[in-house]
Structure formats: structure tokens, C-alpha cells
Design a protein around this ligand. Structure first.
Ligand code: CA
Length: 221
């Protein structure tokens, strides 16, 4: 999953960036409203964590412009504990949820997971498909009830595919979920992780869609 972190405070930004990366999210971090707007116009994100008090352009303004472009990416706004009016304005401007600053980091992660789950059209916290079960909160994976160890990047490839069976994701789309701006990308990385996933979870789970990308089929193979 690829996230945009919009935060002008360096210390907070670094702490949240470290946390999100440790949770295997690919993260781009911008520090003002103009850069946030540019990033949102040019990249696809699975979620935006948006501080509202920003230099150059206010977070609410960035949010309104995003929704005016009809971009549906989930947005979690960050506001001060006593800023009730700002939270109301943010939610009414198209934010999906809010988190209070200073952050409780565990709560922040749980809210991210909840929004990502809803964005994938799911309510249940654990995904089960074709005998493969994944839990985004604990990162536990089982195949036919047996625990399976995945690397962080194998997880990052599997989760979006398993979250929406029948949806084809291109190699480029999967790469976007693996890497932030500053990461090195090797040209066959996605193929390597798909290969590892097939070895661990069975050859039939992830299918190639010739010339388009990869998917987990809705029905069994
Ligand atoms: Ca701020």
C-alpha cells in the first residue's frame, strides 16, 4: 500500500514515516500544501494522512481541491485535540476520518487499516480467499490453516491482490505499492515477489493476465 504523508513538522513527520515504513507501507512525505497538491495530481495513493495546518496552502484547501477533482482516495485528517470545528469542516470537505495530535501511534495505524479495508469494499478485518487468510493488523498469513512466513515485500504485493479478487493490477501499479519516491526499484522485482508467493501459497492463487498484469481470481483455479 502506498501512502502520502502530509506533515510540516519534521519531528512528527520523521516519527510517523518510520512507523509507517516499519509497517511495510510505501510512503511519500511532503511538507507543505502545494507539494501535497502536486503529489496527489501526479501519483496514485491508497491513502492520505493530511495535517491541516500547513505552509503555502491550507490542508482543507488541498482536500477540497482533491474532492473537486473527484479523486476518491481515503483521507485521514490530523487535527489538534481541541480543534473540533476544524474536524467538522474537514469531514464535511470530504475527509473520511480524523486522528488527533499528538498521535497515539497505535490508534493511527488502526484507523489507517480501517480506512484501507473500507476502501477495498470490505468490513471484515481478516481477508480469506481460496484457503489463504491474511490479517493486516497482525500480518499473519495462513494457507489452509498453516502459518506462512512472508517477506515485507511479498506481503506488500499479496495484500492488494487478495483484498480485491478479480481486480487486475499492472506491474507498475504493484511497484507503486512497493516503493516510495526515494527507493531503488529493480526491474523484475514484482516478478520475483510473485514467484516467492506462488512457491509459498501455491501456484494457482495469483494469475498472470497476459499483457495486463496480475490478479487473484474470484473463483477457484
Ligand atoms: Ca502542521
Amino acid at each position: 500500500m502506498r501512502l502520502l504523508l502530509v506533515e510540516d513538522d519534521s519531528m512528527i513527520g520523521e516519527a510517523v514515516l518510520d512507523l509507517l515504513r516499519a509497517e511495510h507501507y510505501a510512503v511519500d512525505w511532503v511538507r507543505d500544501g502545494e507539494m501535497a497538491d502536486t503529489a496527489l495530481r501526479t501519483q496514485d495513493y491508497d491513502l492520505v494522512l493530511l495535517d491541516l495546518g500547513l505552509p503555502r496552502r491550507d490542508g482543507l484547501d488541498v482536500l477540497r481541491a482533491l474532492r473537486a477533482r473527484r479523486q476518491r482516495v481515503p483521507v485521514l485528517i490530523a487535527t489538534a485535540r481541541d480543534a473540533v470545528q476544524q474536524r467538522i469542516e474537514g469531514l464535511d470537505a470530504g475527509a473520511d476520518d480524523y486522528v488527533l495530535k499528538p498521535y497515539d501511534l497505535h490508534e493511527l495505524l488502526a484507523r489507517l487499516r480501517a480506512l484501507l479495508r473500507r476502501a477495498a469494499g470490505r468490513a471484515e478485518p481478516v481477508y480469506e480467499h481460496q484457503g489463504i487468510c491474511i490479517n493486516p493488523a497482525t500480518r499473519e498469513v495462513t494457507a489452509q490453516g498453516q502459518p506462512v512466513q512472508l517477506s515485507a515485500r511479498e506481503w506488500a504485493v499479496l495484500e492488494p491482490l487478495l483484498a480485491r479478487p478479480g481486480l487486475v493490477l499492472s506491474r507498475a501499479q504493484l511497484e507503486e505499492k512497493l516503493y516510495g519516491w526515494k527507493d531503488e526499484i529493480s526491474s523484475n522485482a514484482v516478478e520475483v515477489y510473485i514467484h516467492g508467493l506462488r512457491r509459498k501459497l501455491g501456484p494457482g492463487l495469483i494469475q498472470n493476465v497476459r499483457g495486463v498484469g496480475y490478479m487473484v481470481p474470484k473463483a477457484g483455479p
